[in-house]
Design a protein around this ligand. Structure first.
Ligand SMILES: *[C@@H]1O[C@H](CO)[C@@H](O)[C@H](O)[C@H]1NC(C)=O
Ligand SMILES: [Zn+2]
Length: 959
């Protein structure tokens, strides 16, 4: 898939976040060439050996975990576990297979329901199979089908250091007294509960969990999924906390946190259970905004699903933990959601708007999982799109009801739809339902398809059946499958039932919803709709085919049922989202009024497809885009930008024509429109990196396109502006400052100096470009200033922005110091790869220093970045470096890799990064002149119309 380079580092992390909610799109929204790694699918069926048999199933777990911190000097940061598991035999087998990935199994015994021990095989009573994480118990006699038994297992394990390897792990924080503290917590999704206790660690095996945690008695900040039943003092200054039984649920949703001083930092006790935000002690009082998100979204989902949260289980809590370390953005453990602290500690004075914006969708996403994911859970990770798709859909669409100021439905397109259209047009994409077996495959399936495509598919589906019938289908699905494993067929059944009840498809005779669902769920990819309008007659000829971004991809004859909506100049119905018809075949003819006018298909880009038009229609659209006031909906302007870039890349539209259509950007300020534009332009710009003079000319063109937006937005938030406007300023200024926009750099520098010399705080919403510009321009003194501020800050978001800023240092010595900092614990492991990338993103020339640093520190980087975690951060880091090198740099880098690193697992990713970089360079060399000619043409046209405009104004003033 080396052709499909993705535009955003966010996408890279989507693939790597490995479960739950991926890292913020906005935070990481940067151009970063990256290949989403997909494994060879051929041997997947053989890999079913990774799956557990269903011959014996768990019913109830009673788990005692004794946690040891530094006080246990012989085995610090370890744990001992004793569990008894009531199981049910479904067949008369003589073997019990479950998962275990602990250090040592001390003992295993099995009892029947009369408490009589069963005989195990004398010479091999049990054994483990490391590759599969299996614990196999070998019985000397068969179990009785239908009978219940109890397993007792005694085991030991070690806490992982930091969050990246999940399981039970330890993190650190500094408390109010400036004392460093260690806490222990868990992250089990998707397959890491087995690190904490032997169990049936597949989502299918739902059971009740009773947890008992013991630790030093000074560790009083103890939390888990359910209410505390009692705390019992133990000898040796220890104490045990007993938690109430959970509802029937999957093992990956169990969690706990044990600390000295984590506490409730905000709560609303009018709810039952109370809604609480929990965090380290010196974030007390800083979570009111997060609390409001959790409160309002709980209220909303209670009403929407008509299954109140409080009815799910008498014992479940509604806690939200703000964790200083967290491998993903958030994880939906039932009753106790965990979040990276970055997203819960929010304040207008310290938080970027993009982070605040993302936090709202995140809390809503995790709360939606309480129903979609926790109450119902898919049999297996192959169908994880149901959990993640619904949570992502609700994270935007439902959140809008409670927080309209964020304009979430409009952001859905850049966040999910366009992300999916980009990824899903690669030759290596997969279907929503997609067979996965090994842990690496499971992790890989928590990516763009399961989140973005699934959410976009659900929105498209809701438009067909109407949002009200969609809601009804959710309720039927949840009620029918509550506390049970479920799957796509059950979902289809619920949707069909709601459709029948409401006669919701009456407008579409002959349309089979089941065919529509099965195609979109089981087939990869999506169509492009080719629209040819015969203007004199008004006949519109539509034709579809699967869209591949790679011009060399082999076409398929796959047909997708496409919901059709369109607007015309005489009938601009952009906000009508219910399709007028469903296109079921390869072609379709629609008649409209016989007038020469623009038409635009896919109202508000709510359908998961692209659209291309005949040249005449494109030119009518291009003219309409320039009109003021604009007759075209912002969401469709954004669609056009996104589609035009894709069409240019695949070669179906010339750069000259494409840039001609895009020249309307020079008068746009909307973030929705600029987001795909910045992505598209950055993709091109990065391919000119090795041609500095040409890149400089292209940059000048881009800056001229942005001038209007920068002037309109200004350099500082204005009272009463919308969050979207604040975010537009953030993204456009960051891009403009990086491209060298003079006023942007000057303004940013002045703000930094004012902070440094006069202590005048920089408005949090614009800190990113200020810090970056300051470090580009500044000296050692400025670097020290920011580093010092970083070390003292109590705000994860501000710290992250300061890291990004320091990564933009141009002085090799300072940049090396920054890179060395990423090896220290001050840069938390979940931020290390990002921080490394910031150094590359900061300035074109930084790559030289980065390569030097990598050569001197590769072993340390591997260790500190936790390369042996599922995220494999060093794979990405080494491969990312290549994208910034010129030909000589690539040769040198390759030689170093081949002579010193050939044995390491990251070697192949790095080499494929080099190959992609060479492809990009060749592509840039071949296309640079075409692109620049297109840019010149479009700029000339813009100047011409501007001159005309000025003349006209002058004339009208004179007259
Ligand atoms: C708790 O939530 C309720 C319902 O939304 C609200 O009316 C009340 O003001 C909240 N209380 C606090 C202390 O925030
Ligand atoms: Zn999720």
């Amino acid at each position: 898939m080396s052709q499909t380079l993705l535009w955003a580092l966010g996408l890279a992390l989507l693939a790597f976040a490995g479960a739950d909610n991926p890292i913020s799109y906005y935070i990481e929204s940067q151009d970063f060439p990256f290949d989403e790694v997909l494994e060879d699918p051929i041997s997947r069926n053989d890999q079913r050996v990774y799956r557990l048999p269903t011959t014996v199933e768990p019913v109830e777990y009673d788990i005692y975990i004794n946690l040891f911190f530094a006080e246990r000097t012989d085995k610090p940061y370890s744990y001992e576990g004793y569990e008894s598991i009531i199981v049910q035999a479904n067949e008369a087998v003589n073997e019990i297979v479950l998962h275990a990935n602990v250090d040592t199994i001390r003992s295993v015994s099995v009892f029947d329901s009369a408490n009589k021990p069963l005989r195990l095989q004398p010479f091999n009573p049990y054994h483990t199979e490391k590759v599969y994480h299996f614990l196999k118990i070998n019985l000397a006699e068969n179990l009785v089908a239908g009978a219940k038994y109890t397993l007792e297992i005694h085991y030991e394990g070690t806490m992982n250091v930091g969050p990246m390897k999940r399981g039970i792990w330890r993190g650190w924080y500094v408390d109010d007294n400036n004392v460093e503290r260690i806490y222990a917590t868990t992250h089990f999704q998707p397959y890491n509960a087995r690190q904490a206790f032997p169990c049936w660690d597949e989502p299918y095996f739902k059971a009740i969990f009773k947890l008992h945690l013991s630790g030093p008695s000074g560790y009083t900040g103890v939390f888990s999924n359910t209410a505390i039943e009692q705390t019992v003092p133990l000898p040796n200054n220890r104490a045990r906390t007993d938690f109430a039984p959970t509802p029937r649920m999957s093992s990956y949703l169990v969690t706990f946190l044990v600390s000295e001083s984590f506490q409730v930092i905000a709560q609303n006790t009018t709810f039952n259970p109370p809604i609480r935000i929990i965090g380290r002690s010196n974030t007390n009082g800083l979570a009111d905004h997060a609390l409001e998100l959790a409160v309002k979204m709980t209220e909303h989902f209670d009403a929407y699903f008509e299954i109140p949260y409080s009815s799910l289980s008498p014992n479940l809590l509604n806690d939200h933990i703000s964790s200083p370390d967290w491998a993903s953005a958030g994880t939906e453990n039932w009753g106790m959601v965990s979040y990276r602290e970055l997203y819960l500690i929010l304040s207008e004075e310290e938080t970027l708007m993009s982070v605040e914006h993302y936090a709202a969708t995140l809390v809503s996403h995790e709360l939606a999982h309480k129903w979609f994911g926790n109450l119902i859970t898919c049999h297996w990770w192959s169908n994880t799109w149901i959990n993640e798709g619904y949570a992502s859909y609700f994270g935007y669409i439902a959140t809008h009801a409670m927080f309209p100021q964020y304009e979430f439905p409009d952001h859905f397109n850049t966040r999910y739809l366009q992300t999916s259209l980009s990824f899903d047009s690669g030759v290596g994409t997969v279907a929503l339902n997609h067979d996965v077996n090994t842990p690496a495959q499971v992790t890989g399936h928590f990516g763009t398809i399961s989140y973005s495509k699934a959410a976009a598919f659900l929105r498209m589906t809701a438009n067909i059946m109407t949002p009200e019938t969609f809601r009804k289908s959710c309720k039927i699905f949840l009620e029918t499958n509550a506390y049970k494993p479920t799957g796509p067929d059950d979902l289809l059944e619920s949707m069909n039932q709601a459709i029948r009840d409401d006669n919701a498809l009456a407008d579409y005779p002959g349309f089979s919803f089941t065919d529509y669902y099965n195609t979109w769920v089981n087939e990869p990819g999506y169509p492009i709709l080719d629209v040819h309008v015969d203007h004199p007659t008004g006949v519109m000829y539509l034709k579809q085919e699967r869209f591949f971004l790679n011009p060399l991809a082999i076409p398929t004859d796959q047909i997708y049922p496409i919901p059709i909506t369109y607007s015309t100049k005489t009938n601009p119905s952009f906000t009508i989202l219910k399709p007028s018809q469903i296109m079921m075949g390869e072609t379709l003819t629609i008649n409209k009024a016989p007038v020469e006018e623009w038409v635009i298909f896919n109202n508000m880009q709510q359908g998961h497809y692209r659209v291309n038009y005949d040249l005449k229609t494109w030119s009518l659209i291009a003219e309409a885009l320039l009109e003021e006031p604009s007759p075209i909906h912002t969401a469709n302007k954004a669609q056009i930008v996104d589609d035009v870039f894709a069409l240019m890349r695949v070669g179906w539209m010339s750069y000259l024509d494409g840039f001609h259509i895009l020249r309307f950007l020079a008068k746009e300020t909307s973030l929705h429109i600029w987001s795909p534009a910045i992505s598209g332009f950055t993709w091109l710009r990065n391919r000119l990196r090795h041609l500095p003079a040409k890149q400089a000319e292209f940059d000048a063109f881009l800056l001229s396109q942005m001038d209007y937006a920068i002037n309109q937005l200004g350099y500082e938030p204005k009272d009463g502006e919308t969050p979207t406007v604040t975010m537009a300023r953030q993204d456009i200024l960051q891009f403009a400052c990086t491209l060298g926009h003079e006023k942007c750099n000057q303004d940013s520098w002045e703000r930094f100096v004012n902070l440094r010399d006069n202590g005048v705080e920089i408005n949090a919403r614009i800190r990113r470009n200020v810090y970056m510009t300051a470090m580009r321009k500044g000296t050692q003194r400025d670097f020290e200033f920011l580093l010092n501020r970083f070390k003292k800050s109590n705000y994860a978001n501000d710290q992250l922005e300061m890291l990004r800023g320091m990564g933009a240092s141009t002085d090799p010595e300072l940049l090396t110091r920054y890179l060395a900092l990423t090896l220290q614990k001050e840069v938390r492991t979940h931020d290390k790869l990002n921080s490394f990338n910031y150094a590359l993103l900061g300035n074109n020339e930084n790559v030289k220093t980065v390569v030097m640093f990598v050569k001197h520190n590769i072993d340390e980087i591997r260790r500190r970045y936790v390369e042996d975690s599922p995220a494999n951060p060093v794979h990405s880091a080494l491969s990312n470096v290549a994208a910034y090198l010129d030909e000589a740099g690539l040769d040198d880098y390759e030689q170093w890799l081949r002579t010193t690193q050939a044995g390491i697992p990251q070697f192949n990713s790095a080499i494929s990064g080099i190959n992609s970089a060479r492809t990009n360079i060749a592509w840039g060399t071949a296309n640079a002149d075409k692109i620049l000619a297109a840019a010149r043409g479009s700029a000339a046209a813009a100047v011409a119309s501007l001159t005309l405009l000025i003349c006209m104004t002058v004339l009208s003033t004179i007259v």
